[in-house]
Write a protein that binds this ligand. Structure first.
Ligand code: PLP
Length: 372
């Protein structure tokens, strides 16, 4: 591939010295789970996101599971409650809801933002609706004042799936709101493909609710009450010290990562001119963190082959939406026409640090030469 979609070796080489120094420090410390490395990362994450608490955990899916399980332990959710979830998302968002015995209710996407269509919320509300799980898909914040007032009016918990959106923000009623600090709680993933990627699995919960942060921390550590005493049915979802140390390095460089992605998105936006290719909305160029630069194309198979023939690596997130996955056969989900159309047509272009600005211009030129 002349233009790889992502290159982990090249991405990590950017920070090789710092990563190796961090790894060496952990190896020599004798502390491999939790401890000061994780505490320092949590404190850095709080500052980046703007919440009072952050809890480092094993991965993004566990961050979501711990949030829902903790609200149940705190009596703020009850199994059987309905959770309105963005339909255009990764399966983990749905799985975390089902895992807690809650009922995912898909909310279709707005075709322009590809995020939750907040105009549908009112029609999906039932007396069992108790929470919203809004997913900041592709790195763009999925929140507006309609969602906020709907949640407040009905006393719903607002939970953010921020797995793709570290560093993203939006402006609402004149205020800048950061992904991960908008709702009652949020889940982050540091899976290697994410904007801040671990060298393995890792995730985090952010919140300014002390009771929730404490419960998440407890459940992530078997439900511990005191040494070898347990007062909740918990799990083991702790963060490795090694991942925390490595992530700390990358979090310090988040500004460069985000600026690079924004630059490439701006180049694609101004240079791609092909009526067969619909570009993502760039109304607030400095707000999305462009986890994906997701274009839409009618005959995607032909376009994909054309890009591959021209050495351009691509990614499809996602070819099948959660509500149509086989694991959810029998759940009786209704059709989500916009999401299903996105899944048929969406395709991401390279935006990682291994794609240069010159590469992005070349990729745009190749795309401009595409004919069906
Ligand atoms: C990656 C991702 C997750 C899951 O995170 P993991 O760390 O892979 O478990 C959840 N939701 C969304 C939207 C994601 O992109």
């Amino acid at each position: 591939m002349r233009y790889p979609f992502i290159d982990f070796v090249a991405s990590n080489r950017l920070f090789a010295d710092e990563l190796e120094q961090a790894a060496r420090r952990v190896i020599r410390s004798g502390r491999y789970i939790g401890g000061p490395e994780v505490e320092e990362f949590e404190s850095d994450l709080c500052k980046t996101v703007g919440t009072e608490y952050a809890v480092g955990v094993s991965n993004g899916m566990d961050a979501l599971r711990l949030i829902f399980r903790s609200y149940i332990e705190l009596g703020r959710l009850t199994p059987g409650d309905e959770v309105l979830v963005s339909a255009n998302t990764f399966v983990a968002s749905f799985l975390a809801v089902s895992d807690a015995g809650l009922v995912p209710v898909p909310v279709d996407a707005d075709p322009s933002t590809m995020n939750m269509d907040t105009g549908l919320l009112e029609s999906l509300f039932t007396p069992r609706t108790k929470a919203i799980l809004t997913v900041h898909i592709y790195g763009r914040v999925s929140y507006d004042s309609a969602m906020g007032s709907f949640a407040r009016k009905n006393g719903l918990l607002l939970i953010e799936d921020s797995a793709q959106a570290i560093g993203a923000s939006t402006v609402c009623a004149g205020k800048v709101l950061n992904a991960g600090a908008i709702g009652d709680s949020a889940a982050f993933s540091f899976y290697p493909t994410k904007n801040i990627g671990a060298l393995g699995d890792a995730g985090a919960v952010t919140t300014s609710d002390k009771a929730l942060a404490d419960m998440v921390r407890k459940l992530a550590n078997y439900g511990v009450a005191g040494q070898y005493h347990y007062d909740r049915l918990g799990f083991n979802c702790r963060m490795d010290s090694l991942q925390a140390a490595l992530l700390g390095v990358k979090l310090r460089h988040i500004g460069v990562e985000t600026a690079h992605r924004r630059k490439l998105a701006a180049i694609y936006d101004s240079c791609i001119r092909n009526t067969l290719v619909t570009k993502p909305l760039l109304d607030n160029p400095d707000m999305s963190v462009w986890h994906q630069y997701a274009v839409r194309v009618r005959n995607r198979d032909i376009f994909l082959r054309y890009l591959e023939d021209n050495g351009i690596g691509t990614n499809i997130t996602y070819p099948v939406p959660p509500h149509l996955q086989q694991c959810y056969a029998g759940y009786g989900f209704v059709a989500q026409p916009v999401t299903e159309d996105i899944c048929r047509t969406v395709l991401s272009l390279p935006v990682s640090r291994c794609t240069t600005e010159a590469n992005a211009r070349e990729i745009a030129n190749i795309i401009n030469g595409y004919r069906e």
